[in-house]
Design a protein around this ligand. Structure first.
Ligand code: PGA
Length: 238
């Protein structure tokens, strides 16, 4: 089965370095005949209509649920449409826990971008204190993160990213990913990515986990050589 790989730049890269990255990625994908889904989420300032030969899908890490208006510091649909962007990340743990987005605001954003026909990568995941309470507590926590979310939306991709594994170097074990993905798939059956310290050294075993349809990668995606190494693993581990 083909896998979905997504690179989340977070607050890294500039317009210039994103352009160079996309060029290098395009060259790699062309040369290796890479055909599976690849997403790239650059910072808002580096969004662009990149002229690529291969199918690199550029998405927004975030946007406000409005066409345009007075929302200082935010970008809306108009700014995304300028570059033909129709993919967005919603519910990322950094937006939930650092920026402080509530589930009701996340649900509002989700409903609005669904209305616009966007492909949505919707992120869920539990913090450490919930994981330590056991799998039933995790299950309940994840159910709450679906509150207000239309899980029947056909352009939905899910990403399970345990908060304690994001940017920490601590990856969930294959068994734990398998168990949690199975629980999530009982709630809603959509392509389900794993995220949290995925890197070239562990992506092979992560993609081999039953019920894992791909990976959402932060830190290890920022160097293009590291990301292409992971694409190569995805390609050969099919
Ligand atoms: P990480 O981030 O790969 O740096 O852990 C993953 C994510 O936040 O999507």
């Amino acid at each position: 089965m083909s896998k979905i790989l997504a690179a989340n730049f977070k607050t890294n890269h500039t317009r210039a370095s994103t352009r160079a990255y996309v060029e290098a990625l395009d060259t790699f994908m062309e040369a290796s005949g890479y055909r599976d889904e690849v997403y790239l989420f650059p910072p808002a300032t580096a969004l662009n209509r990149f002229e690529t030969t291969s199918d690199i899908r550029i998405g927004a890490q975030n946007a406000y649920p409005i066409e345009n208006g007075s929302f200082t510091g935010e970008i809306g649909l108009e700014q995304l449409q300028e570059f033909g962007i129709d993919t967005i990340l919603i519910g990322h743990s950094e937006r939930r826990h650092i920026i402080g987005e509530s589930q009701s605001f996340i649900a509002q954003k989700y409903a609005w971008f669904k209305e616009q026909g966007f492909r949505i990568i919707y992120c869920i995941g539990e913090p450490l204190e919930v994981r330590e309470m056991g799998s039933e507590a995790v299950r309940r926590y994840l159910i709450d993160q679906f509150e207000g979310i239309d899980t029947s939306y056909e352009k939905l991709i899910l990403a399970y990213e345990p908060v304690w594994a994001i940017g920490t170097g601590k990856t969930a074990t294959p068994d734990l990913i398998e168990e949690t993905h199975a629980e999530i798939k009982k709630m809603t059956d959509h392509p389900l990515l794993y995220g949290g310290s995925v890197k070239p050294q562990n992506i092979g075993e992560i993609l081999a986990v039953p019920g894992c349809d791909g990976a959402l990668i932060g830190t290890a995606s920022w160097e293009v050589s590291s990301f292409t190494e992971m694409l190569r693993t995805a390609q050969t581990s099919k």
